[in-house]
Design a protein around this ligand. Structure first.
Ligand code: 5AD
Length: 357
């Protein structure tokens, strides 16, 4: 456990460090922790964004209900099953079903879809369907879903509330929902955006502390990318933190948070995100993988739909072949099998050893 502990002061100092030569120490340390705890395999996930309909009004997101310019779609069960078979053919171990908060999707429809994927393919099912009631989460877990992703986006409550108008009948407490997911038995993932207007360095220190406190199994970190058809994209200047405090939405800053996430949650699965690759198309994907990440999610929804899943503009979408090439070129291997989070496996083992289920 040479590298595993880092103090809050060190986290703060790294976030403020701009000297590329000194930052090499952070990159090296994160890379060593990554190698020691999750190895050289990069697991590929097949991502199916099956509906871009959403009732929420998140101030930064292009899928927000208020964006009338977006063409909306919802894929059929048959189309999603085609994607699942394609994921299997590509050798992926996992299919990630992601959508906006689409009230037209019924709990039982999702449950039946999960059962079908589990019985007709060897794939692990990850869900990323936003904030949902406990009874639905339980039904999907029983149907065979193993993992759930729900980003808390920012640990700063005031900033969170400014960006996420509440919806009637929903608690809006994502931290509570992450605990519920864990209790139900999901492998649980969360994450943040880096460089949100109004986000300070202290906020990001707290984000990293929250990763540690929640003992996350999966952590997705991407830069905030302005979208002009959203209120935040149009008004960023007005809500920026004061100079010197505003966190930049750069690839370097995103990599720092990825590296720190790896150090505080050594055995988590951490993707090198599409948002990072979008910000730096030449080498963003590789930088993430070399600075702590061990997962890549590949979009496999049909192109005719994918172009409308516009959470932010010019979203990068690379082929399976191009992504494999990037991974192999930096000396890493393509993972085979389920690619479960070693963090969850360890937790389950220690709970069993303590004599509980
Ligand atoms: N920039 C970067 N990431 C975004 N997301 C949504 N909008 C943006 C944006 N403008 C991310 C959020 C959300 C996921 C669906 O996409 O992290 O959880």
């Amino acid at each position: 456990m040479r590298h595993a502990y880092i103090t809050q002061d060190e986290i703060r100092a790294w976030l403020k460090e701009d000297d590329e030569a000194r930052l090499e120490d952070l990159w090296r340390r994160a890379d060593a922790v990554r190698r020691e705890h999750v190895g050289d395999d990069v697991h590929l996930r097949g991502l199916v964004e099956f509906s871009n309909r959403c009732v929420r009004q998140c101030a930064y997101c292009g899928l927000r209900a208020g964006n009338r310019k977006l063409v909306r779609y919802r894929m059929s069960e048959a189309e999603i099953m085609d994607c699942a078979r394609q994921a299997m053919a590509c050798g992926y171990g996992t299919v990630v079903l992601q959508s906006g908060e689409d009230p037209g999707i019924e709990t039982d429809w999702i449950a039946a879809l999960i059962r079908r994927i589990r019985s007709e393919t060897p794939l692990v099912v990850t869900l990323s369907l936003g904030e949902q009631p406990e009874k639905d989460l339980s039904a999907w877990r029983e149907a065979g879903a193993d993992r759930y992703l729900l980003k808390f986006e920012t640990s700063n409550k005031r900033l969170y509330e400014r960006l996420h108008p509440p919806l009637k009948g929903k608690s809006g407490d994502r931290i509570a929902m992450l605990h519920t997911l864990r209790d139900i038995g999901y492998e649980t993932g969360s994450g943040t955006m880096v460089g949100l207007p109004g986000q300070t360095f202290e906020d990001v220190v707290e984000d990293v502390e929250l990763f540690r406190g929640l003992d996350l199994d999966m952590i997705g970190i991407g830069p905030y990318i302005p979208h002009l058809n959203t209120p935040l994209g149009r008004n960023a200047q007005r809500v920026r933190a004061c100079d010197g405090e505003q966190v930049p939405n750069t690839d370097q800053m995103t990599c720092k948070v990825v590296a720190l996430a790896r150090i505080v949650c050594p055995a988590a699965n951490i993707p090198s995100t599409t948002a990072l690759a979008t910000l730096n198309p030449t080498e963003g994907r590789e930088l993430g993988l070399m600075r702590g990440a061990n997962i890549v999610m590949i979009n496999i929804a049909p192109l005719q739909y994918r172009v409308h899943y516009e959470i932010y503009p010019s979203r990068m979408s690379e082929s399976d072949e191009a992504i494999r090439h990037r991974i192999l070129t930096i000396g890493r291997k393509i993972g085979v099998g389920r690619g479960d989070s070693p963090n969850r496996l360890r937790r389950v083992r220690s709970v069993n050893a303590a004599g509980k289920i």
